[in-house]
Design a binder for this molecule. Structure first.
Ligand code: CDP
Ligand code: CDP
Length: 210
């Protein structure tokens, strides 16, 4: 059989990775995995068990206990879960425990779109198409705030921006699988682009690569 095709989308929080990944997957008839959700699901299990996100052994146990059925839970979206996710995501055994799941997903026919932080650099370095989506921290904080508002949650811009910066710093500065563009990724700065414009640019690139 022909090897499945993989589209890797990486970038910082609220850059629009998930929105783009979903639309590309829908357009191409591919499967989609938001890999942030598997880190969030592991973090939620850890917090629910009263574990400390810096306790490597407990975090690894939580990562191994994570199940695909957990990924749809609404409470995974909470910022406390996001912060704990970015802490356990800095631990090598946690990342190793979640690697097989992501690679198996990427082998699904006829192809898969995965979005995260290290898809093009670590999980699928040989992906057929790689995109690195960014936007200014302010634009991303506004997008996050808008999403919170849509869910009926009030938030303070300065707090959302500060949480965004903290998580960016932790994701960029960690020793294992730091957030950075793959050398062969298409860079898209979406600060002044609509989601439709991003989708059109990404689709043209992906079609040329597949
Ligand atoms: O997955 P990630 O955290 O990178 O972002 P997301 O969950 O896709 O959320 C991005 C939000 O920004 C969504 O509410 C989009 O409608 C909006 N947005 C976008 O995705 N792309 C733009 N160019 C502008 C806005
Ligand atoms: O939705 P948002 O962009 O805010 O975050 P997310 O994609 O749900 O990811 C939550 C955390 O998981 C991130 O801050 C990363 O630390 C971590 N993560 C990662 O390390 N590698 C991935 N492939 C995906 C997420």
């Amino acid at each position: 059989p022909v090897a499945a095709r993989v589209i890797a989308i990486d970038g910082p929080a609220a850059a629009g990775k998930g929105t783009l990944a979903r639309r590309l997957a829908h357009e191409l008839g591919f499967r989609h995995l938001d890999t942030g959700m598997i880190y969030r699901a592991a973090a939620r299990l850890l917090l629910a068990a009263g574990g400390d996100p810096d306790d490597g052994a407990a975090a690894e146990r939580a990562a191994r206990a994570m199940r695909i059925e957990d990924l749809g839970r609404a409470d995974l979206r909470q910022e406390t879960v996001g912060q704990a996710a970015s802490r356990i995501a800095a631990l090598e055994p946690v990342r190793a425990a979640l690697l097989d799941f992501q690679r198996a997903f990427g082998r699904m026919q006829p192809g898969a779109v995965l979005d995260g932080r290290d898809i093009g650099t670590v999980v699928f370095p040989d992906a057929q198409a790689k995109l690195f989506v960014t936007a200014s921290p302010e634009a991303r904080a506004r997008r996050r705030q808008e999403e919170l508002r849509a869910r009926g949650l009030a938030s303070i811009f300065a707090d959302v921006l500060e949480e965004m910066r903290q998580r960016d710093r932790r994701d960029r500065e960690r020793a294992v699988a730091p957030l950075r563009p793959a050398s062969d990724a298409l860079l898209l700065d979406t600060t002044d682009m609509s989601a439709d414009e991003v989708f059109a640019a990404a689709l043209a690139y992906v079609n040329a690569r597949l």
